[in-house]
Design a protein around this ligand. Structure first.
Ligand SMILES: Nc1ncnc2c1ncn2[C@@H]1O[C@H](COP(=O)(O)OP(=O)(O)OP(=O)(O)O)[C@@H](O)[C@H]1O
Length: 909
């Protein structure tokens, strides 16, 4: 029997190790295949909280891989431990039996021989670390005890086997998820590629259209240039024809002037000639009668004068010569002159006289000579005058001929001019007419072309605009589709990673804000899409638009029903066995209580969540039996107060010291907190109303009914499967209305209000520290214990629970800096991946649960406790159950490590 057990154990142990090795090798090799740069980049992207969608998928893949590496390390550790254990067993076995445990054990009966030692050392029981001889404990054991120990050992191996199988399964699931994600990423990449191609196509089409439009514009420009050229030509033509006209007019004028001059000249010639002839005739007559000729014209006169002078001079000279000759003759003939020839002695006086006469004669001779010369000259001059006169006559004749020719030419020119003038005028008129017609035609043509071009351009433009609009709409639609898909995948991913989902709700402007006018009343929020929010912040004159993205953004007009629609799935998952936590965060007066509680005529998330739970309970009653239990507490000034407890002396909530404690199963409880089983919505509402009345509420400058505490309403749900009684789910839903952060300067709080505000701010700041620590790479230490609030939230934020956050904000510019702070905090929360939530399963028999939840106390026990208090009246219409308190009433979570589960015993699967 023992030998058989050993053999089974060895086989199982070997298989177990083999499985572990496979798992380890598989995950390690998969991890090693990863690109380091990609891993690093993704981790960095994640660390900076700036990952884009694709980076998000990659980061998620990395997260899976990193999880696997973590598991690998865990397995390696376990293998090391188990191998060391096995080595020890082998050594002990060998020491005790002298045989190898792995060798042939035929004939050897370890149990019969020395089973006690081996078994005890393998399972590590019975001996205790302090005992020197491990055999001693076994020596005292009976065979049954030994068998029982071996059974325990086998159970342990079975448990590890199951764990390995589970891990292998979860690895396969991870691998499948990874593959799915990769596929989605690839598909998304393909779709993106497709989209990019389409966008490129559209771009090239647009470019073509732009080219066409440019061509059409160029054509229009060219047409216009042609038209302008024609107009220029026409203008030049008109100018030219006008210049021609002017030229012709001036030519005519010139000719007329010339003609007039010629006429004057001719007349002058005529007169001169007449005078000349007359004076010639007169001179002729005078010549004949000895009078000097009369000169009329200057030239003729001078010629005539010259001739007359010459003639007179010649005459005078001839007369003089004659007189001289006479005188010489006389002289020569005188007695003195002939005296020398006589025989008589010369008379001296006479001689002298003769000499004088001779000298005189000589002088006269010379004078005569000179006169002859002068005469010659005068004659020559006379001849010249005659020839001049002849030349003058010839010239006059010539001029007369020229004048006649000129006259003829002038007449001809005049006739020509007149003809050309008449023809030019007609031509000009025809030209002008043509021009006017051309101009009209051209203007019409241009106008027509312009209208046509304009019409064509308009039509082309409209077509282009239509096509561009269609394409833009298609692209936008595709983009929107792609975005929706991306968001869906991203959301799925966030869900897989267990990220905190964040819904942003913007409350309407309050009447008091509207009435405040000026800057305070301005709305600073915009809603470009259901997931996006823009906040305009004015800082030192510059306007800054900040963009935020959440899982959903509810604009001021959103109704409570719309808001709850986004929350409903999480309520369903609570009924399916997942724990969840919904909390509202925001500045004081931003609408947290309105969202969570809401006014009685328009109830908020708390009531609607319970309504949904009761509805689901009703829907599933054929398959499931649900038990719902309620507790309600508030954290006021760092004190936990039970809102469902019997009222204290002052009428307020019981303030018995309540503290958060970690329970044995690892969950966090508030021992002593009242827990009531609830059966109907009315009943719940009455409890909640009563609890609400016990809450600490106060007024300050920013909210008349400000919650001065963090309020946590918790619903514990146990769902039994009616078809399989061994299957039960246990989960919890926490609905938390946090107190609002406030700026003390704005709320103007003093006294108690100031103390409350300081405590509120302190605990919210501790919450911020926890979120920052959860969002950082190194999650070794999360400061949950720094405040009651974070201590209570530890289970929800520590993983295994779905977490949904409302960030409530005011739209008013007056609150913009608080709004931005809240939104940034919400952004950080959204980036925190808490881990995948697991179903809380209960072992129906033992009441032990995987998630660490403990069952509520039995009815009688609760009623018994309630009777002791009696603060809250149970509604008459429902069952007579009353509130009670339980040591494990409000565990704030249900995360349990595998080791804890193992310690606790069975693991349901
Ligand atoms: N969505 C909404 N629609 C209409 N009124 C709203 C809305 N949200 C808030 N209000 C109004 O704004 C005021 C402040 O809201 P509420 O008391 O819920 O704020 P709070 O964040 O809970 O404040 P505190 O932190 O001080 O408790 C209330 O008068 C409330 O009726």
């Amino acid at each position: 029997m023992a030998s058989q057990m050993w053999s089974t154990m060895r086989k199982r142990g070997g298989k177990f190790l083999e499985n572990l090795n496979h798992t380890v090798e598989g995950t390690a090799s998969e991890f090693l295949e990863l690109d380091d740069g990609f891993l690093e980049g993704s981790c960095r992207g994640e660390a900076n909280n700036q990952i884009g969608p694709e980076e998000g998928y990659k980061a998620a893949l990395i997260q899976f891989q990193l999880d696997q590496v973590k598991l690998t390390k865990e397995y390696q550790k376990v293998i090391g431990e188990k191998e060391a254990e096995l080595r020890r067993v082998r050594e002990l076995y060998k020491t005790e039996t002298g045989k190898d445990l792995d060798g042939d054990d035929q004939g050897a009966d370890p149990v019969a021989d020395n089973a006690d030692t081996s078994v005890s050392s393998l399972i590590g029981v019975g001996t205790g670390s302090g005992e020197r001889n491990p055999m001693a404990a076994f020596a005292n054991m009976s065979a049954d005890q030994l068998r029982a120990q071996v059974e325990v050992l086998l159970d342990s191996v079975t448990s590890w086997e199951s764990r390995v199988a589970e891990l292998v399964e979860s690895k396969a699931e991870y691998a499948a998820q990874v593959a799915r994600m990769r596929l989605q990423v690839e598909r998304s990449d393909l779709r993106m590629g497709d989209l990019v191609d389409r966008v490129k196509l559209q771009q090239s089409q647009m470019e073509k259209y732009i080219l066409m439009a440019e061509e059409s514009r160029a054509r229009t420009v060219k047409d216009r240039e042609t038209i302008e050229g024609l107009v220029r030509d026409y203008t030049a033509l008109v100018a030219e024809s006008q210049a021609q006209e002017r030229q012709q007019a001036s030519a005519i004028e010139d000719l007329e002037t010339k003609r007039d001059e010629l006429v004057v000249k001719l007349k002058a010639y005529e007169r001169n000639i007449i005078h000349l002839i007359d004076s010639q005739a007169e001179a002729g007559l005078k010549h004949q009668d000895g009078s000097a000729p009369k000169a009329d014209s200057h030239a003729e006169t001078s010629a005539v004068d010259n001739t007359a002078t010459m003639t007179a001079t010649v005459d005078a000279l001839q007369k003089e010569i004659k007189a001289k000759e006479e005188k010489i003759k006389q002289l020569l003939a005188s007695p003195a002159a002939s005296a020398p020839h006589t025989a008589h002695p010369p008379d001296t006086a006479l001689l002298e006289r003769a000499q004088v006469a001779e000298a005189e004669a000589e002088r006269l001779r010379k004078e005569l000579e000179r006169a002859k010369q002068s005469l010659e000259q005068v004659t020559k001059a006379g001849e010249k005058v005659s020839s001049d006169y002849a030349a003058l006559r010839a010239r006059r004749d010539e001029e007369e001929r020229a004048e006649a020719a000129l006259r003829e030419e002038v007449t001809e020119l005049q006739a020509k001019l007149e003809a050309s003038y008449k023809g030019g005028k007609a031509e000009m008129a025809a030209l002008q007419d043509r021009l006017v017609k051309m101009e009209g035609a051209m203007v019409r043509e241009v106008e027509g072309a312009r209208v046509q071009a304009r019409e064509e351009a308009k039509q082309t433009y409209q077509r282009l605009v239509e096509v561009a609009n269609q394409e833009k709409e298609q692209a936008l639609e595709l983009y929107a589709q792609e975005n929706r898909k991306r968001k869906a995948v991203h959301n799925k991913l966030l869900e897989l990673q267990g990220n905190i989902r964040v819904l942003c709700r913007v409350r309407p402007m309050l009447a008091v804000e509207k009435a405040s006018g000026e800057g305070g009343a301005k709305e600073v929020t915009e809603y470009p899409s259901p997931e996006d929010l823009l906040v305009t912040r004015e800082d030192k004159g510059s306007r800054n638009k900040m963009a935020f993205e959440f899982d959903r953004v509810f604009a001021p007009g959103s109704s409570q029903a719309e808001v709850f629609e986004a929350v409903a799935p999480i309520v369903t998952s609570v009924m399916d066995g997942y724990s969840a936590c919904i909390f509202a965060y925001g500045q004081t007066g931003s609408g947290k209580t309105h969202t969570m509680e809401g006014p009685s005529e328009d109830r908020g998330v708390n009531f609607r969540a319970l309504e949904e739970m009761f509805r689901l309970r009703q829907d599933r009653q054929a398959d499931m039996r649900y038990t719902l239990s309620l507790s309600m507490l508030e954290v006021y000034n760092e004190t936990i107060r039970d809102l469902l407890a019997a009222k204290g002396k002052g009428g307020g909530a019981e303030t018995a010291k309540l503290e958060v404690r970690m329970a044995e199963n690892g969950s966090y409880d508030v021992p002593g907190l009242t827990l009531v089983e609830v059966h109907s919505l009315d009943e719940v509402w009455q409890f909640m109303t009563a609890g609400k009345q016990s809450r600490a509420v106060g007024a300050h400058d920013m909210n008349e009914h400000s919650s001065r505490s963090h309020c946590i309403v918790s619903l514990r749900v146990r769902g039994e499967n009616l078809h399989n009684k061994s299957l039960a789910t246990v989960s919890k839903l926490h609905l938390i209305d946090l107190a609002g952060s406030e700026r003390l300067s704005k709320t103007d709080a003093t006294g108690d209000r100031l103390k409350e505000a300081q405590n509120i701010n302190k605990s919210l700041s501790a919450l911020g520290d926890v979120i920052n620590a959860l969002g950082s790479k190194n999650k070794a230490h999360i400061p949950y214990r720094n405040s009651k609030l974070t201590f209570l939230l530890q289970d929800s934020l520590g993983g295994n629970s779905k977490v949904l956050m409302f960030v409530n904000i005011s739209p008013a510019s007056y609150n913009v800096s608080e709004t931005v702070c809240s939104l940034q905090f919400a952004g950080r929360c959204r980036a925190v991946a808490l881990g995948v939530a697991k179903k809380g399963m209960a072992d129906n028999g033992a009441g032990l649960v995987e998630g660490g939840e403990r069952e509520p106390l039995q009815e009688e026990e609760r009623i018994g406790k309630a009777r002791g208090g009696g603060g809250i009246a149970r509604p008459r219409s429902t069952s007579p159950k009353a509130p009670t308190s339980s040591p494990g009433a409000v565990g704030m979570g249900n995360r349990t490590s595998p080791s804890r589960s193992t310690q606790n015993g069975a693991l349901s699967r």
